[in-house]
Design a protein. Structure first.
Length: 309
């Protein structure tokens, strides 16, 4: 028999823990017919509600349920890494507890995996229920990543992914502190089949991802898998140096031909402000990369465990 590890990152999902388990168990006949054993690993990312208590209740009911609880909130990326590291299955699947990743897709995902793929990934074909502004910037981010990154990052991709043990082990070799799992999937390679489905809204509760958190997360993704922003800042520096040189020649020639009129100071102030703004922008880009490097060289653990059952 093969063992499937279901990895469920949780942060304040008290209302969804049992609902997710119940929905997953509806796939029980499929697992039994295909000789698949099951373990359900809830990764509690420092929840401040009763998420841990709800998981413990399930553990008393079903020995296949496991709990890994963090000392604080380390973020979903750390929870995903911990789940891959703690799970022992021959197959592993990442799923959100809010039921936006429908367990009913698992039979189809398994059938695709048996056709020679190393992973079956899911992507949403629509963004029903999301604010329009968030959907717009999400699509813009994916378009940008396609142009500036070598890693395969698909528009609408979810973390909901079924993979083999060897792919999970490959992901675990990447121990970087600043993690962007969607990019890591593409970077490690392996043969992947994409499964499309219509967006499913949360069963209960509200999303923990605010617009600002998503914006910061997108910056992490860009800096983790592309150095194009650094190239852009260098290119802008060269362009403005050339422009400054041409402008100096223009001033010298005008001085020699027409003297030194005092007019023109407003345009000069505008130019100074523009160049200063570009300089600060480029320094900010370099600072962001330097900050990521600073965090990496500290070699801090990706997560710390408070309790494990």
């Amino acid at each position: 028999m093969k063992l499937l590890s279901v990895i469920v990152p949780c942060y304040n999902e008290e209302d969804n823990v049992v609902d997710f388990y119940d929905e997953l168990m509806k796939c029980g006949p499929f697992f039994t017919d295909n000789n698949i054993e099951l373990e359900v690993c809830y990764i509690d990312d420092g929840s401040t509600d009763g998420t841990t208590d709800e998981v413990k209740k399930l553990i008393h009911q079903d020995s296949r349920v496991r709990l890994v609880s963090f000392t604080r909130n380390f973020g979903k990326e750390a929870a995903i890494y911990a789940g891959l590291e703690k799970a022992v299955g021959d197959y592993l699947v990442l799923m959100d507890a809010d039921l936006q990743d429908p367990p009913a897709l698992l039979p189809e995902m398994f059938s695709l995996l048996e056709n020679g793929y190393d992973s079956v990934a899911t992507r949403r074909v629509n963004r029903k229920g999301e604010p329009a502004i968030r959907s717009f910037f999400a699509r813009l981010f994916y378009k940008m990543m396609k142009k500036i990154s070598n890693a395969e990052i698909v528009d609408g991709a979810r973390d909901y992914r079924l993979m083999t043990r060897r792919m999970a082990d490959a992901i675990l070799t990447m121990k970087e502190y600043n993690r962007f799992t969607k990019g890591i999937y593409g970077w490690v390679g392996f043969k992947t089949k994409w499964l499309e489905y219509k967006n499913v809204e949360r069963r209960k509760g509200e999303s923990k991802w605010s617009f600002w958190k998503l914006f910061v997360y997108s910056l992490d993704g860009i800096m983790a898998f592309s150095t194009v922003p650094l190239a852009i800042s260098s290119f802008m520096g060269v362009i403005f140096c050339l422009a400054a040189f041409v402008f100096i020649l223009f001033i010298i020639i005008r001085k020699m031909l027409f003297g030194d009129p005092t007019s023109g100071w407003p345009s000069l102030v505008c130019i100074i402000l523009l160049v200063s703004g570009v300089q600060l922008f480029c320094i900010g880009i370099i600072g962001q990369y330097l900050a990521k490097t600073y965090m990496e060289v500290k070699k801090r653990p990706i997560y710390l465990v408070k309790e494990e059952m």
